[in-house]
Design a protein around this ligand. Sequence first.
Ligand SMILES: Nc1ncnc2c1ncn2[C@@H]1O[C@H](COP(=O)(O)OP(=O)(O)O)[C@@H](O)[C@H]1O
Ligand SMILES: [Mg+2]
Length: 237
Amino acid sequence: MLELRDVEIRYGSVAAVHRVDLTVNAGEFVALIGSNGAGKTTILKAISGLLQPSRGEITFNGERINGRAAHTITRAGIAHVPEGRQVFPDLTVLENLEMGGFLFRNQRAVFQQQLDMVMSLFPRLAERRTQLAGTLSGGEQQMLAVGRALMSKPTLILLDEPSLGLAPRLVQEMFEFLARLHRETKMALLLVEQLAELALTLVERGYVIENGRISLEGTGKALQDDARIQQIYLGMA
Ligand SMILES: Nc1ncnc2c1ncn2[C@@H]1O[C@H](COP(=O)(O)OP(=O)(O)O)[C@@H](O)[C@H]1O
Ligand SMILES: [Mg+2]
């Protein structure tokens, strides 16, 4: 479904991501793990059209998407939940979700169908639909950010460190929620995380990125058992 081939991404003269190959199949749950500064966010931004690769190709359902405007990539079915959530704090929960559904602003039935789906996946957002997003807890804001992404009716969701800044109990809750989201929607998910151990228990396949290069790839189980992972991430999760 998604394929990155030989992708290099630069900030000015400095390459942050070097010749990366990565695929996500339809309905698959994949993790991209690596420490701070490894290049995870840079890769997600290139997939969703916020950065342009300086080399290589990104295809989605067989069509080249690098070079296309971000909103056309959203329309093609890729939703991005950015690092740090970035909900609109002064808008209500419902208004935030409406922003996520802007593609369907003139298709009331589709919009309503997505909204019903989000509200049934997140009963807690439904209860708080008129509450200002800025007054939600960190975990609830993260759920709202995911819900907002779901409003664009994606077939692939990019999740940039959803655990960041959450208390350990809420991190666990967030991961359980992602597992349920995958189970119930069968959407493809590309999860970026520093919490390698936790992420790898959840996903079907994973990639490890170090200094802008993919250093390991395999099933979640194989990576969990890999001695190098245990060494690199021991005590981190
Ligand atoms: N806007 C930017 N300008 C220049 N360098 C950047 C910019 N954003 C990120 N970088 C650099 O690119 C590298 C990868 O960053 P990033 O993709 O944010 O890593 P991660 O998400 O894995 O923590 C880091 O060395 C970072 O300093
Ligand atoms: Mg990042």
